[in-house]
Design a protein. Structure first.
Length: 255
């Protein structure tokens, strides 16, 4: 299914058992903050994720641009299946860790250049995630073009092994060949997820890769918020996402 214009907010698939849940984090189950390190989930989010993970017998994964270590810190003491840095790193349902190989030294040099650029411009926030780098301009939206230019310049010196990924008020440098869709495909081959209907909820441009995969697999792709998307369903905001997941739990947690 191709990209479609915005559907009506609140249009969601009918609840059903046998689902596997894939959840983006920022803007999807948690509201955005001015800086990534300012996000703080409350106790209700911990309870929701823990209960949902139990109810689907492990068939729940966080699919995020954040690194796995950052996700673990954010949701500690929970240790869920996760795909971090857009699928560059992944911890499967049984705890095994999978890393996408990439030329580390070249990346480090490029990341340093992006970090130096950010240090010269008030309001830009540089984030080195270990395998990818993000330049956030949420605090300085007037610098959007400059931020994109800096990251594209760094990528141009690295060759085809790296690519630039745009997101909401952020531009990222990351190794090529991995995205949220490829991570979901890998999870769906695991025993805990296999045979279930995939449900992926996300809000950003980076989530479109996941929507495409889930559509192809016959699952439910859910876009949070406004904007054209390949997602087949729509929900208003992160609070509505949590409420909908809570409704699913109330109906099927004991089944």
């Amino acid at each position: 299914m191709g990209v479609q214009e915005e559907a009506g907010a609140g249009a969601l698939p009918a609840l059903a058992p046998g689902w596997a849940f894939f959840l983006d984090v920022d803007g999807t189950i948690l509201e955005y903050a001015a800086r990534p390190d300012a996000v703080r989930p409350d106790a209700s989010v911990f309870h929701l994720l823990s209960a949902l993970h139990r109810a689907v017998r492990g068939a729940l994964a966080l699919i995020s641009g954040r690194p796995v270590s950052g996700l673990d810190a954010l949701f500690a003491p929970l240790r869920l299946p996760v795909a971090g840095q857009h699928g560059i790193e992944r911890r499967d349902a049984r705890g095994g860790v999978h890393l996408h190989a990439f030329p580390d030294e070249a990346y480090r040099r490029a990341a340093m250049r992006i970090g130096s650029f950010a240090a010269l411009h008030a309001g830009l926030v540089f984030e080195d995630k270990g395998y990818s780098a993000a330049l956030h301009y949420r605090l300085a939206p007037q610098l959007a073009d400059a931020a994109r230019g800096a990251v594209h310049n760094a990528a141009s010196e690295l060759g085809p092994g790296f690519e630039v990924q745009d997101g909401k008020m952020v531009v990222e440098l990351k190794p090529s060949g991995r995205d949220k869709g490829s991570a979901i495909e890998e999870f769906m081959r695991e025993a805990e997820f296999a045979g279930r209907i995939p449900v992926f909820i996300g809000d950003d441009l980076t989530d479109e890769f996941g929507f495409g995969v889930v559509n192809r697999l016959g699952g439910h792709s859910v876009k949070v918020g406004a904007g054209a998307s390949a997602a087949r369903w729509r929900v208003a905001d992160a609070a509505a996402v949590r409420a909908w997941l809570g409704e699913w739990l109330a109906r099927y947690a004991a089944s």
